[in-house]
Design a protein around this ligand. Structure first.
Ligand code: F6P
Length: 323
């Protein structure tokens, strides 16, 4: 291993910069040359890379977003696109590549490895959705969840003052991690998550029960699922059922920005260093993650083929904590 690259791909996540910084410092400590590939797979296909030296990563640990920029590139999901990426990796003379991203990034990376094996590939889980198998937490989840909790707290003040029912929609695509953990931390009355069938009856009934025991307002946390904006329809139906004014707040990309929390900075640092160390140990085709406090390497194709389950215990206790 003499020369490696690093890129961020898919949705940006707070803590990605801490991860890049750690990877660069670890690489330089081992006399490796490290190139930053710009704009994710778009830059990889184009061979758009800059050498990363210490000045490039100085004063970035507290910044959200990604200094390397990112993209979702449909071309990488074609064999032709991946062949172009493999040629660019050879052209850049890379022995190894660190890929920070989520399920989509690792799906693409495992196809690339299977078809052309252009260099050793090591993934790092970075996604506010937290839906990557092979790690308890992904970089960015903690910051996004804290953002959602702050929003819930703020809305609770106005919901209580006006005796209103609020539906707060959080990101997470087809996973309910953000909704479940922010719902617990924000003291929500009810949850809508993609892992469970939507029931207007159940939501309405639980809110009605709350009102009969003296609640004057309620908050339902809704995971966006496949169709962001679904909260409007759910709010309309539940509001009609209960004859109660229902309002909707969609948090959207607010959750993806801002300074990373301490937890995301530490996780990003830990996994950034671990990814470069994994390359130095001769590993390839895997993702570094943290499970139960231990560093683990999971084969890249398991990270997106296997479904990471929600914490059943958290889901169970939500039911009575929200009463
Ligand atoms: O995967 C991260 C995520 O923020 C999802 O929660 C969300 O559905 C999606 O990205 C939004 O993607 P984009 O920024 O491309 O609209």
């Amino acid at each position: 291993m003499r020369r490696i690259g690093i890129l961020t791909s898919g949705g940006d996540a707070p803590g990605m910069n801490a991860c890049i910084r750690a990877a660069v410092r670890t690489a330089l400590a081992h006399d490796l040359t490290i190139l930053g590939i710009r704009r994710g797979y778009t830059g990889l296909i184009a061979g758009d890379a800059v050498p990363l030296e210490r000045p490039a990563i100085r004063n970035t640990i507290h910044q959200g977003g990604t200094i390397l920029e990112t993209s979702r590139n449909p071309e990488f999901y074609t064999k032709e696109g991946r062949l172009r990426a493999a040629a660019a990796i050879q052209e850049m003379d890379l022995d190894g590549l660190v890929l920070i991203g989520g399920e989509g990034t690792f799906h693409g990376a495992s196809l690339l490895a299977a078809e052309t094996d252009p260099a050793a590939l090591v993934g790092v889980p970075g996604s506010i959705d937290n839906d990557v198998y092979g790690t308890d937490y992904c970089i960015g989840f903690d910051t996004a969840a804290n953002c959602a909790v702050e929003a819930i707290d703020r809305i609770r003040d106005t919901a209580r003052s006006h005796e209103r029912l609020f539906f707060i929609e959080v990101m997470g695509r087809t996973a309910g991690f953000l909704a479940l953990e922010s719902g617990i931390a924000g003291g929500a009355e009810e949850l809508v998550i993609p892992e469970e069938e939507l029931s207007i009856d159940r939501i309405s009934e639980r809110i009605r029960e709350g009102f009969t025991i003296g609640k004057k307002s309620a908050i339902v946390v809704v995971a966006e699922g496949k169709t962001p904006g679904i909260s409007f329809e759910i709010a309309r139906e539940v509001g009609e059922r209960l004859s109660f004014e229902a309002r909707v707040v969609v948090l959207g990309h607010l959750q993806r920005g801002g300074p990373p929390t301490m937890r995301d900075r530490v996780l990003g640092s830990l996994l950034g260093a671990a990814a470069v160390e994994a390359l130095l140990e001769g590993r390839s085709g895997c993702m570094v993650g943290e499970i139960g406090g231990d560093l683990v390497c999971t084969p890249l194709d398991e990270t997106w083929r296997k479904k990471k389950p929600l914490d059943e215990n958290l889901r169970r206790i939500f039911t009575f904590l929200s009463e």
